[in-house]
Design a binder for this molecule. Sequence first.
Ligand SMILES: [Zn+2]
Ligand SMILES: [Zn+2]
Length: 217
Amino acid sequence: MKLDIQRLLQNSIVIKHLLPLVLLFVTFLTSCKEPGLSGLLDVFYKREKVLYLTTMGPVSPEKVKDAARVIEKFYGFRVKNIGGNKLPEEAYCSGRKRYVALRVLDHLKGMDPGDLFHYNYKVLALTEKDIETEDGNVHWGVMGLAFLGGDEGIVSGFRMKARFRKVVLHEVGHMLGVDHCSFEVTACFMNDAKGKGTIVDRTKFYLCDGCRDNMSF
Ligand SMILES: [Zn+2]
Ligand SMILES: [Zn+2]
């Protein structure tokens, strides 16, 4: 039996009755944002969560792959490596020979990941350079920095070699809205390291239930 597609389409109930409804719905969706196809693409692609991973200065490809793998495995969303970016010169503190983490985060905020189709994203930078944070006139070196629910984060391998993966998970945890662990679970990697490697070593690759409940992206 030969199928007459054209006739089928002409008489199809879908074309006659449902298509106008579909078009109306599409018009509604696109009018929420901007008109046209790009508006529709926005609506569609905004649903996909992506974490962009970028390196600042030389970082071994194995380390980048390892970070991507552990984030994907642990948090379940897609990680895309967007390659290397330069550390912003304006973030360098020549006195202490460290990069001011906050300024690097500001720099990441203005960065275009060069990816057309992913709008719901966060960016995590990996570096081997020493980074610091400050409180008034007090400055101290840190392993990573990210704000609660923030879209930018940085992890530096300078002050830790073996602790790197836990700090990656810790900073991404902050980006997902998880504050420092207040549930007294020693093994939870969201415990505040207070700049001490020994606290990081006490934690496991484990996120306690309380912290997990606070996660959102
Ligand atoms: Zn916890
Ligand atoms: Zn923290």
